[in-house]
Design a protein around this ligand. Structure first.
Ligand SMILES: Cc1cc2nc3c(=O)[nH]c(=O)nc-3n(C[C@H](O)[C@H](O)[C@H](O)COP(=O)(O)OP(=O)(O)OC[C@H]3O[C@@H](n4cnc5c(N)ncnc54)[C@H](O)[C@@H]3O)c2cc1C
Length: 311
């Protein structure tokens, strides 16, 4: 049975979609123990899911980017000798697992699409144009961060796992002075969303239709660089080479030409639907479904049909 150590820098009172996906993946691979910097006040309840056999924490909470999180992962690895150490593909997790990999003399593969129990990982490279399978040649566990939307989320409730405290404490290198929750847009996080509606210059600054479409689909909003540079939406929504990389199950591209820099951030999406009035737009080269038309005609029909079906 493969022993999997799953690292979450923090666990709150509900698992994030990426955490639920990772635990589903770990359950399919073997037994999972979660190591985390902090648990919610109600304890390990959110981790009471099939496949999680235990929870390891430090002696008191610690929060990213505290380098002690890496010590915690190393201590957990020394305790369990896992075959795999997995985490979600977030900057804080990559930071902690990179440091842990150095101290464990092990290898880390970031941005993986999947891992196997025999210690190899698959990953898209060169802007999604190649798929590689790699393994670490060093002794020791394979550390990997997994991109969201690469596996299904099917967490099955189970008994709450036992929590064991390791003798690792927060370091004094980082002091959290204040934490403030950002206003909730009501939409899923762009990098984790299973559906993304992305828009470009074609919307000409009017987001009303793409927002309605996103809300009908429970989708996150993404954008091309032209749209973020124009200030139509925050830069954090930029998808592409110099923005975020997304791989949702469904990516709807609205009024985006599909330049190579935009494709780099979305071409590994499951199904790509493109709406563009130019039939020669490069986005149609990678689209699974294309609609040649004016978005101001097409989107109202899509929204009306979705609303009709939702009744
Ligand atoms: C180093 C570098 C890094 C870059 N990084 C990124 C990046 O991370 N992400 C990114 O997106 N870009 C990036 N770019 C910019 C990229 O090259 C393109 O310029 C940009 O993606 C174009 O954005 P767009 O598709 O919104 O605009 P355009 O290329 O102007 O395309 C607009 C499209 O909308 C269509 N359209 C217009 N009106 C309508 C309508 N009413 N209905 C339907 N369709 C309509 C047009 O036919 C056209 O195809 C980068 C560029 C460089 C040089």
């Amino acid at each position: 049975m493969t022993q999997v150590l799953v690292f979450f820098d923090r666990v709150e009172n509900q698992l994030t979609p990426a955490q639920a996906e990772l635990l589903t993946h770990a359950d399919a691979l073997g037994d999972a123990v979660v190591v985390t910097g902090s648990l919610p006040p109600e304890g390990p309840a959110p981790l009471a899911v099939q496949g999680v056999t235990g929870v390891l924490t430090g002696a008191g909470p610690m929060y990213a980017p505290d380098p002690a999180l890496a010590d915690l992962v190393s201590a957990a690895a020394a305790e369990l000798s896992p075959d795999l150490i997995l985490g979600p593909d977030t900057p804080d997790t990559v930071d902690a697992l990179s440091r842990a990999a150095v101290s464990l003399n092990a290898g880390l593969i970031t941005g993986a699409n999947g891992v196997t129990g025999s210690g190899s990982a698959t990953k898209s490279v060169l802007a999604g144009s190649w798929r590689t399978t790699a393994r670490i040649s060093e002794e020791g566990p394979l550390l990997a961060t997994l991109r969201p939307n690469t596996a299904s989320q099917q967490v099955i409730p189970a008994e709450a796992p036992e929590v064991v405290e390791l003798e690792v404490a927060a370091s004094s290198a980082v002091e959290i002075l204040e934490e403030a929750e950002l206003p909730d847009s009501g939409r899923p996080d762009l990098t984790e969303a299973s559906t993304v509606v992305a828009f470009g210059r074609g919307v000409d600054g009017d987001l009303s239709l793409v927002e309605q479409l996103a809300d009908e689909l429970g989708a996150a909003l993404g954008a091309s660089r032209v749209a973020t540079d124009a200030g139509w939406i925050d830069h954090s929504a930029q998808v592409g080479q110099t923005g975020v990389t997304v791989a949702p199950q469904l990516y709807i591209s609205v009024g985006i030409s599909g330049a190579v820099h935009q494709k780099a951030g979305m071409q590994t999406s499951g199904t790509i639907v493109a709406i563009n009035r130019d039939e020669d737009a490069p986005v149609f080269e990678i689209a699974d479904f294309g609609v040649v038309g004016d978005l101001n005609d097409v989107l109202p029909q899509m929204i009306a049909e979705l609303r009709r079906r939702a009744k």
